[in-house]
Design a protein around this ligand. Structure first.
Ligand code: GAR
Length: 193
């Protein structure tokens, strides 16, 4: 089995979209793949409830209990490695990762970012797109390298920015597209894995 490990920090709607796609498209037979575990750095991440309800193993690793970023990432890598992952999916995992962690999983580590990269790396992407007067916004799935929000672009989707948009309405429009492209990009990786 090709195991998928998904890392979340909050709502986990992208994780849920991947879990649903895996079920609906029968990734077990199609790619010999399954979502093996969902890992969160926050015990109250809402996505953990969905994962448990779908029979997926969950792990919580609280970054506040570690003295350094390196110590947290080393333990995180250990927890992930226990599931022998073919693909590690960052789905709203709001932590900057150390080079050591990225190197350990490089080639099987992917992220989704709520902008049309290389525009708007970092936070507050939707407000920044509105402030810049962008007519279009979107989301990007990319391979993860040591630099934040940079790495080979695997998939993208575009949405219009409407005159009355707030950061919240734009974020909601982008999120619906994240749920389309992230399962699609992960499936494409599994096909090659
Ligand atoms: C998503 O919009 C994702 O693109 C973004 O956080 C949200 C998580 O939503 N990720 C980042 O900003 C990464 N820097 P979700 O928990 O419902 O999937």
């Amino acid at each position: 089995m090709k195991n998928i490990v998904i890392l979340i920090s909050g709502g986990g709607s992208n994780m849920a979209a991947i879990v649903k796609a895996a079920q609906q498209q029968d990734w077990a037979h199609r790619y010999g793949a399954r979502v093996a575990a969902v890992v969160s750095n926050k015990a109250d991440a809402k996505g953990l409830v969905f994962a448990r309800e779908h029979g997926i193993a969950t792990e919580v690793l609280d970054h506040k209990k570690f003295d350094s970023r390196e110590a947290f990432d080393a333990k995180l890598a250990q927890v992930i490695d226990q599931h022998n992952p073919a693909v590690v999916v960052l789905a709203g995992f709001m932590r900057i990762l150390t080079p050591g962690f990225v190197q350990h999983f490089e080639g099987r580590l992917v992220n989704i970012h709520p902008s049309l990269l290389p525009a708007f790396t970092g936070l507050h992407t939707h407000q920044r797109a509105i402030d810049a007067g962008c007519k279009f916004a979107g989301c990007t799935v990319h391979g993860v390298t040591a630099k934040l929000d940079v790495g080979p672009i695997l998939d993208q989707a575009v949405v219009p920015v409407l005159p009355e948009d707030t950061a919240d309405t734009l974020a909601a429009r982008v999120l619906t597209q994240e749920h389309v492209i992230y399962p699609r990009a992960v499936a494409a990786l599994l096909q090659k894995a």
